[in-house]
Design a binder for this molecule. Structure first.
Ligand SMILES: [Mg+2]
Length: 241
């Protein structure tokens, strides 16, 4: 591989969906990261990617772009540095808070707490906690253990906010973030951060590099790329790098 930057999708490419990356693949990535830049870009959250990659050896630097590249971190050894995190705009927040107001009305959730105590603005995410942010943990756990109620709320919210990512989280909560779109934004930002032209310097490995696939940014950005079938194939490829 002549390119200076190896970019890998995670789920289906380096690991089975939401599973840890196997030791063999990890050791190849860490080896490559000593000579080149290595970036993982995925739809998953930062917490998920951290779980998937596990411990990074000291002196090894990995670029991490969770949530389709709307966030960017660098892990070096045990140190995590945030480069950026796309914040919600005031307009996003108004729409999301409005949708939660409708939700509370529709499902009578105002009987549990006041809306202002149910809402938590986390910058890039707004979280609604039915019993309020500071409710008793035991009560929280009993509230919706099978996620039935929240799956119902999620469906309701999706009709009002089709352009946002709506997730059932925690014990009583719903999390809303902006939808990631495709990976072009993150990859462009990575190029800027490294001061490199993606077209010349990036090599992209993913399992969905085709039109409409979630790795189609590789085609749109005209990168050097390889579409793999599974992590086993990726391992073989990495060994050649
Ligand atoms: Mg994938």
């Amino acid at each position: 591989m002549e390119q200076k930057v190896l970019v890998c999708d995670v789920d289906g490419t380096l690991a089975e969906s939401r599973q840890p990356i196997c030791e063999e693949i990890k050791s190849e990535l860490f080896r490559i990261a000593k000579e080149k830049e290595v970036c993982l870009i995925t739809g998953g959250s930062l917490e998920l990617v951290k779980y998937q990659i596990g411990k990074v050896p000291s002196g090894v630097r990995i670029h991490i772009m969770p949530t389709m590249g709307t966030q960017y971190y660098i892990i070096k050894g045990s140190k995590l540095t945030e480069i950026y995190r796309e914040e919600l705009t005031e307009e996003d927040k108004t729409l999301i808070n409005g949708a939660f107001w409708y939700l509370a009305e529709e499902f009578w959730l105002d009987r549990y707490a006041e809306l202002k105590d149910q809402l938590d603005d986390r910058g890039s995410q707004i979280t609604f906690s039915a019993l309020g942010k500071d409710a008793d943990l035991k009560k929280k756990k009993e509230f919706d253990p099978k996620k039935k109620r929240r799956n119902c709320w999620k469906q309701y919210l999706e009709t009002i906010l089709p352009n946002y990512e709506i997730k059932v989280g925690g014990t009583t909560s719903i999390d809303i973030t902006r939808k990631g779109g495709d990976k072009s934004f993150g990859l462009t930002m990575l190029g800027e951060h490294l001061n490199m032209n993606p077209r010349e310097n990036f090599y992209y490995i993913g399992d969905k590099i085709y039109e409409g696939g979630n790795d189609d940014a590789a085609i749109k950005m005209n990168l050097h790329y390889l579409c793999v079938q599974n992590p086993e194939q990726t391992l073989k490829v990495l060994k050649q790098i």
